[in-house]
Design a protein around this ligand. Sequence first.
Ligand code: MN
Length: 226
Amino acid sequence: MTSYIFPPPAQTVVPVEGQEAVFPVRRILCVGRNYAAHRAEMGGDDREPPFFFSKPADAIRNQGENPAYPSVTGNLHHEIELVIALKSGGADIPVSEALGHILGYAVGVDLTRRDLQNAAKDKGHPWDSGKAFDGSAPISAIRPWSGAPPQGRIAISVNGQVKQASTIDNMIWNVAEVIAEASRLWTLSAGDLIYTGTPEGVGPLVRGDEVAGEIEGVGTLTFTVA
Ligand code: MN
């Protein structure tokens, strides 16, 4: 039996609706600029395809765990996103087989230090400080799902005021394409979460803001910025 020089870190988990067993998180991948109207508001070229970045697994904050306002930023932004939870994986997964790897979906928010992300973009630096900070990945419970992916409304409100509202079918890469594209770059596995990008209307959050996200058929996620 392996002995450790200190106890290994706790496994990050996400609850699964209707089940006592929880989902052990392996990796968190995120899609950038997967809605045309958000790509436009970020100044993106309309021929530029979506792309990936990642967050550490321990960035997860489950329902009931309020994320703290992060250090070193004056411009924290919300990005409401459909999250794919994988029950299996592989490399070079064809689009036609991608949906068979899905356990279910969750409502997620890709919290972003927009000032640090923009500074990194300007310098050609990595995005980690802007995207992959502690508590940057709030998520709802996973809703088990089979068959055609969600297509309906995705929205977020801050203090009761709707800030982002669109539909999942506006995604540039659909759910199956996201999995297929990711599996060309990484060998995917059970326990991987993929945040699939955000629609237009991203904006700032301050301490004390009450945030409520919803995706039709998938669920809701609420938190307060601590
Ligand atoms: Mn995002």
